[in-house]
Design a protein around this ligand. Structure first.
Ligand SMILES: [Zn+2]
Length: 235
């Protein structure tokens, strides 16, 4: 499905016109035209990565649009696949590389945080299209995911998003470095130093936190809300 094809439009900086607007295939998402619009999309997401929407589709699009725009500004040709295409969300390529990207926008502020599990990784791994794969999430990967089994996949979790920005769009990263560091960081698990503590259960009175690296790490911490100093390690 093609909604818009932009041809080499001039943008304000003049820096990106060679690469930005060629062959832009848009599924359900409309990408904006100018460099400033693109930077706005990125800034909006960096400032508010936890923004919630009414539907899963809108939720996914918010994150996909951000990632697609990041790659566009990095000089890649970008196409977003239609919503019904479950396997891949975004194709990006330049002269040297072709990537297939799958995005998972999960809410890290919910009562029970959803992590990206092994089955989702296997499903993406099974996609038979040419290109290196990137699996990227606003959440984290569970300890069940054995990274060494999936050599063709680059895994980017929430804490890796700033590194991705720093690597491919450093000028934007530098501008919003402070927000990136603040808004994408989690509470590192002190037991394993690998996982991040996420909500397992949250009520009016307590927050039960568990390590994202479960089952490799079984650290659990209970915080009582009325008195946050009343922390109890449940190991
Ligand atoms: Zn841990």
């Amino acid at each position: 499905m093609i909604k818009n094809i932009f041809k080499k439009l001039k943008n304000r900086t003049g820096k990106y016109e060679e690469v930005l607007f060629e062959n832009l295939t848009v599924g359900t998402v409309t990408l904006d035209k100018t460099y400033l619009d693109k930077e706005n999309i990125i800034r909006e997401f960096i400032k508010n990565p936890n923004k919630r929407f009414g539907t899963v589709g809108e939720q996914g699009e918010y994150f996909e649009k951000f990632i697609a725009t990041v790659f566009e500004l990095a000089g890649y040709k970008v196409s977003l696949t239609p919503l019904q295409d479950k396997g891949i969300d975004i194709f990006v390529e330049n002269k040297k590389k072709k990537y297939l990207i799958q995005c998972k926008n999960y809410n890290v502020t919910s009562q029970k945080v959803k992590l990206v599990g092994e089955s989702e990784v296997r499903e993406f791994n099974g996609v038979t299209k040419e290109g290196e794969k990137i699996l990227i999430t606003t959440s984290y990967f569970t300890g069940y995911v054995k990274y060494e089994e999936f050599k063709n996949i680059t895994f980017v979790d929430r804490s890796g998003i700033p590194s991705l920005l720093k690597e491919i769009v450093p000028e934007i990263y530098n501008k919003y470095e402070k927000e990136c560091k603040k808004n994408f960081s989690g509470e590192i698990c002190e037991t394993c130093n690998k996982g991040v503590l996420v909500n397992k259960r949250k009520t009016d009175k307590i927050v039960l936190l568990g390590c994202s690296n479960f089952p490799n790490c079984k650290n659990m911490i209970k915080k009582v809300k009325s008195n946050i100093s009343n922390e109890k390690n449940l190991k």
